[in-house]
Design a protein around this ligand. Structure first.
Ligand code: KG4
Ligand code: ZN
Length: 341
């Protein structure tokens, strides 16, 4: 018998995603984004995002079924991101998923969005090894995971204690007068600067913090150091060396991300590092990860960028893994959890 056809629904932040996965095969992945509506506010406005999900869900579902040539009745299971994320946004996706599961009389799987960012890589690069480390970096999360089985055995080794990596880039982008979201702009500017020009701090990387927070991150002190540096240039009437600031800042973030990720691989006897989340588009992260992984004999897997930003495929992939593991489905009274561990 063929594996179940899983419909995945993503609505944790500003992307409404619907995808269909059978086993490890992606049939279709459709995403609608409300980012344009938030850009003028310089950040995600939760109420705007929730309403946008409500408006986008029906057309996105129709488009996915249409493109895959699948009838709604052919869906065997429904998976939805139950957290972490914005509670209003999560609620829209969860309500839609419950309604579909109830109407179709199919199992419902509430899954973790951060784990989904790793799970999606199976659709691209094939089955995972027995154990590996996942690094999930985006505007909302920076987490290190130890994974045995993606459905049943995931441990969070560490996460950011304050800002996420993408969030820190967006804030530095604002300091440098770049458009929102600043991450990609800071990345481009950094490529023209000297990463060694300014010795910005590496959070949780020295002294007692180094051992206590071996796999955690902190980027807010770094962001403050950048703000102080920019202000000190302005106070002295000097031009801000924006490219050098961007390059040195980017180096500080990516040095810590890659060093800790590879240390986690070594400590956990893992030969594979899977990187996911929208921040994995960062050019310096990719360079440093490849370089340092090669030095450690570790393989790096990063899905194409369209599967790194929030999407339905990641939720369908994880739902499919949960179904494969024959875990009991969620009940229709599942709630959403904005801070889900
Ligand atoms: O995964 P994503 O699309 O949305 C969530 O946050 O869940 O990630 C978007 C984040 C934003 O903060 C964006 O500025 C950042 O990732 N980002 C980048 C780059 N591309 C996206 N940050 C640095 N360099 C990039 N190339
Ligand atoms: Zn995400």
């Amino acid at each position: 018998m063929s594996e179940p056809l899983v419909l995945g629904i993503e609505s944790t932040c500003d992307e409404t995603g619907v995808a269909l996965v059978r086993g490890r095969e992606l049939l279709v992945d459709v995403t609608a984004s409300s980012m344009d509506e938030h850009a003028r506010f310089g950040g995600i406005v939760p109420e705007v995002a929730s309403r946008a999900h409500l408006e986008a869900f029906g057309p996105t579902l129709d488009a996915a079924l249409d493109r895959a040539g699948v009838a709604l009745g052919d869906v065997d299971a429904v998976a939805v991101a139950a957290g972490p994320g914005l509670v209003g946004s999560l609620t829209v996706g969860a309500a839609a998923a419950k309604a579909l599961a109830l109407a179709l009389d199919r199992p419902l799987y509430g899954v973790n969005h951060v784990v989904g960012h790793v799970a999606v890589d199976e659709l691209v690069h094939g089955p995972f090894p027995d154990r590996f480390v996942g690094l999930v970096v985006s505007g909302g999360h920076s987490s290190l995971l130890r994974v045995g089985d993606i459905a049943t055995d995931v441990t969070e080794l560490g996460q950011t204690l304050d800002d996420a990596a993408g969030e820190a880039f967006d804030k530095v982008g604002r300091l440098l007068g770049l458009p929102y979201p600043g991450g990609p702009h800071v990345d481009r500017l950094a490529q023209q600067g000297d990463p060694g020009a300014i010795p910005f701090p590496r959070g949780l990387s020295s002294g007692r913090d180094k051992d206590r927070y071996a796999y955690d991150f902190s980027f807010s002190g770094l962001k403050t150091a950048v703000a102080r540096y920019v202000e000190s240039c302005q106070d002295r009437g000097l031009d801000v060396p924006a490219a050098d600031v961007a390059a040195s800042f980017s180096e500080a973030v990516n040095d810590v991300l890659t060093r800790k990720a590879l240390a986690a691989c070594t400590a956990n006897d893992c030969e594979t590092l899977v990187i996911g989340g929208g921040f994995s588009a960062n050019s310096r992260l990719r360079e440093l990860a490849a370089q340092r992984a090669a030095e450690h004999g570790i393989t790096v897997r990063i899905p194409p960028i369209r599967y790194c930003t929030d999407n339905g495929a990641m939720i369908a992939a994880l739902g499919s893994a949960v179904a494969r593991a024959a875990l009991p489905p969620s009940t229709l009274d599942i709630t959403v959890d904005s801070g889900m561990p």
